[in-house]
Write a protein of this length. Structure first.
Length: 263
């Protein structure tokens, strides 16, 4: 009996990223502009409600940075677990940036009533509200808010540096990274992110050092910090969305070029 001839298996070529067109480049430039503007507005807000940031930081106790870093790490771990769960039930109605800013403002006012001790105690609440707001932005760019990978990507937003002039803000190394999703990997990533987040939060806490007056500072800075991290989230997830179409490498390269062109 003659053996049947078999058709050779068809091998599908990997789909190549699409070249960056004018629309994509315009979007990247807009995202670079948003990142630059975010830090400047934050510094202005802190200076308005809490005086000069440098003067406020001098008022903090010696060794305070380490204490804030520990608090920031615990707050991020808490937020990573709680933020997604809190979106269920009545939490589904709390989704817009405006609502998150309102919640954060109230939380900051309460946290600032007793000065530094209550401000530190309020940090996990403020962090969870910010995390929820970032997760909401992620969903708007097509990310699954219930996926572990999305929550890890949200943590990367907290890994941005402070809003100083020497800092480009968002760490683009995390834009296209497929980070390990095991519990150990997530906790390791939080330890990596925590120092950057603590540096930013120290500025918020410095503005809340004076009891009673710190309530106004806490309300104002919390509003500003939600606005700041929401802006960075738009940049982060906007670049991730473009990276899925055009490839992470050329999107990141174009973004850095756009950042350099910003004045």
């Amino acid at each position: 009996m003659k053996a049947f001839d078999h058709e050779p298996a068809t091998v599908l070529a990997p789909q190549l990223p699409e070249p960056l067109d004018h629309a994509a480049l315009d979007e990247i430039v807009a995202l670079a502009r948003k990142q630059k503007q975010a830090g400047g507005l934050l510094i202005k807000a802190i200076s308005t409600v809490g005086g000069q940031v440098e003067d406020g930081l001098k008022m903090l106790p010696a060794g305070f940075r380490n204490q804030v870093e520990i608090a920031a790490r615990k707050a991020l771990e808490h937020s990573y677990t709680v933020a997604a769960k809190s979106r269920g039930g009545l939490g589904r109605s709390v989704g817009s940036d405006r609502v998150h800013k309102a919640l954060s403002t109230v939380s900051g006012a309460i946290g600032g009533l007793g000065g530094l001790p209550t401000a530190l105690a309020e940090l996990p609440v403020a962090t969870t509200v910010i995390f929820r707001a970032v997760l909401h932005v992620a969903e708007s760019y097509g990310e699954d808010p219930d996926a572990v990978e999305t929550r890890v990507a949200c943590l990367a937003v907290f890994g941005s540096g402070g809003p100083g002039e020497q800092d480009d803000g968002l760490d683009t190394a995390f834009i296209g990274a497929r980070l390990g999703l095991s519990g150990a990997a997530v906790h390791g990533f939080i330890r990596k992110v925590a120092p950057q987040f603590a540096a930013v939060m120290s500025q918020k806490l410095a503005a809340q050092t004076v009891p009673i007056l710190g309530a106004a500072a806490g309300a104002g800075t919390n509003y500003a910090f939600v606005d700041y991290y929401v802006s960075l989230a738009h940049v982060h997830f906007g670049l991730r969305k473009l990276g899925r179409i055009h490839g992470d490498a050329q999107v990141t390269e174009a973004f850095h070029a756009a950042l350099s062109d910003q004045t």
